[in-house]
Design a binder for this molecule. Sequence first.
Ligand code: C5P
Length: 221
Amino acid sequence: EKDLVIAIDGPAGAGKSTVAKIIAERLGYIYIDTGAMYRALTLKVLNQAYDLEDEKKLGTLAENTDIKLVKAGEDNLVLLDGEDVTAEIRDNKVSNNVSVVAKVAKVREEMVKLQRQMAQSGGVVMDGRDIGTVVLPDADIKIFLTASVEERAQRRYDELIDKGEDVDLEQIKGEIIRRDDIDKNREVAPLTEAEDAIYVDTTKLDIGQVVEEILNICQEV
Ligand code: C5P
């Protein structure tokens, strides 16, 4: 059986990473979280107090940053210049600034280069915003995973409450809308459904159902 290349794209909070991780495990594939790469770079930008508007500087920084995704047992670690930033890149501060960093052409060029290298061997599930359209246009399977914005905000809210954080549902919804808006309207590689993607609306589905649906699609290929 051929090792497939599976691309999963969609807006924030659609469940891409949760689903992609499970599918990769079930198929014995590598999981590549491309959002984590943009997040890691954003963390560095914030830590070094760079001007978010200075695209040239952000591009140079991307060129000179070492980002690695490594598997350690059950965990997928994100290393930024050798340092484990897996937890930190989920901070709200990163979430609320990442789209501004991710719209810089040179930043994307560097990340896409790395992402294509990681997918070279096949047997990968890669999730993001531009995987089916730009990074891996020849992917065997392209999924566009989405859900209503209310549902996506609710899921994010539940996650953060579970972590013991004090959050506001309406605020989370606003942040998601704003991030999607920047991702959809940027000039380079905007978030959009690939022509040959399969559209999966998860609003009324649980994780298990989404996983089964995608595995069924994989079987048909
Ligand atoms: O997937 P996640 O929500 O962690 O992605 C964080 C941000 O990184 C997105 O909102 C988007 O701005 C950027 N991103 C991107 N292209 C990708 C993956 C993520 O621009 N392939």
